[in-house]
Design a protein around this ligand. Structure first.
Ligand code: FNR
Length: 346
């Protein structure tokens, strides 16, 4: 199937089908100590952070999703306007198409519509280093879209289920070691929904990367998406079996924080509201990243994308207020207890 069809069919499936596993992220099992005497005015709560030298109004990044087709370009434009208006970061979806067909550049050129996005991440699959992508191509992607940082995504499970997937994953560690320092911007490694485990984090520790994004279990499942896309019943069954495979997001954040103490950790995978964002930060994340709910909002309208993002920031602010945190730095030190079964969310 052509790349163009693949990207749009991913979008259609993510917009229309059940492709996520809320409840599996692990956040519901954690609880903050509510503070009824926070000794703090709500207006004093400052959600701002600095990430890669850029000031964000909140520790939030719109996750890597799309680009490469007219529909994807319009979604990117709406997401970019929301990111600019809220002063948060944004990531582009895989820019591989930009290398194969330079005419698709405009669908990734979100800074044309929203020059004020404070932090923009580029993206390509790490496995593409085994399929002809090298430092020159990565630099072209960074420069072509005006990126401040760059993600290599790690998606062995998705490629295994995807019809005709790129599954030659051997030899990537030495290639990453060579290419990462030549990208010209800070580089992060991200999963796409199966999480970064302790074993993977230990390998990443030896690479010259600036950070990781967890994308753990609980959010969009690419095994599930690809199982819905394939016509082969054996692949479909395999994709369904592995739909919840991997490390739950809450666990992956804690693992990455511990294993990579001096790197940036971005939490993602099933983060669906400001309470879960606050919990991810309290587990040690520097920022959180959200994909599917923002895509669905952007598909409705640019206004809905902005509303969804504003709501996330406001929920985070309220979580900080009722835990007595004036700053995100304070929130990151707040302990979390195991929730009892009878407690409500939060
Ligand atoms: C994604 N994701 C993704 N990740 C990546 O590194 N490169 C990509 O091109 C894409 N493409 C993509 C398309 C769509 C439609 C979605 C919904 C997601 C994965 C995304 O960045 C994130 O890691 C996961 O979706 C988990 O976050 P959520 O959806 O649970 O918030």
């Amino acid at each position: 199937m052509a790349e163009l069809d693949r990207k749009d069919s991913h979008l259609a499936l993510c917009l229309e089908e059940e492709v996520e596993f809320p409840g599996a992220s692990g956040f519901a099992g954690l609880r903050f100590d509510h503070d009824a005497l926070p000794e703090l005015d709500r207006d004093e709560v400052d959600t701002g952070v600095e990430l890669f030298g850029k000031r964000l109004a909140a520790p939030i990044v719109i996750a890597s999703m799309t680009g490469g087709t007219p529909r994807a370009g319009e979604l990117n434009r709406r997401l970019a306007l929301a990111a600019e208006a809220c002063g948060v970061g944004m990531a582009l979806g895989s820019q591989r198409k930009m290398l194969e067909d330079p005419s698709t550049r405009a669908t990734f050129a979100v800074r044309d519509a929203a020059p004020g996005i404070p932090l923009l991440f580029g993206n390509v699959g790490a496995v593409q280093l085994n399929y002809g992508v090298g430092a020159r191509e990565v630099r072209a992607l960074v420069e072509g879209a005006g990126c401040d940082a760059f993600y290599f995504h790690l998606n062995p499970l998705q490629e295994a289920i995807q019809p005709g997937g790129d599954t030659r994953f051997s030899g990537l560690l030495p290639k990453l070691r060579e290419v990462v320092p030549q990208a010209g911007v800070p580089v992060l490694l991200k999963e796409v929904g199966s999480g970064i485990s302790r074993t993977t984090a230990a390998r990443i520790r030896d690479l010259p990367v600036a950070g990781v994004e967890t994308s753990g279990v609980g959010g969009t499942s690419w095994s599930k998406v690809e199982s819905l896309r394939t016509a082969d019943p054996v692949q479909r069954g395999t994709g369904e079996l592995f739909a919840r495979w991997g490390v739950p997001t809450a666990e992956s954040v804690a693992i990455c924080r511990e294993a990579l103490p001096d790197r940036v950790v971005i939490a993602s995978g099933g983060i669906r509201n400001g309470i879960e964002a606050a919990k991810a930060l309290a587990l040690g994340a520097d920022a959180v990243s959200v994909a599917l709910p923002l895509l669905r909002a952007a598909d409705r309208s640019a206004e809905d994308a902005l509303l969804a993002l504003r709501q996330l920031v406001e929920e985070l602010r309220t979580a900080m207020f009722v835990t007595g945190c004036r700053t995100v730095a304070e929130l990151r030190l707040r302990p979390l207890a195991r929730a009892r079964d009878y407690t409500a969310e939060g």
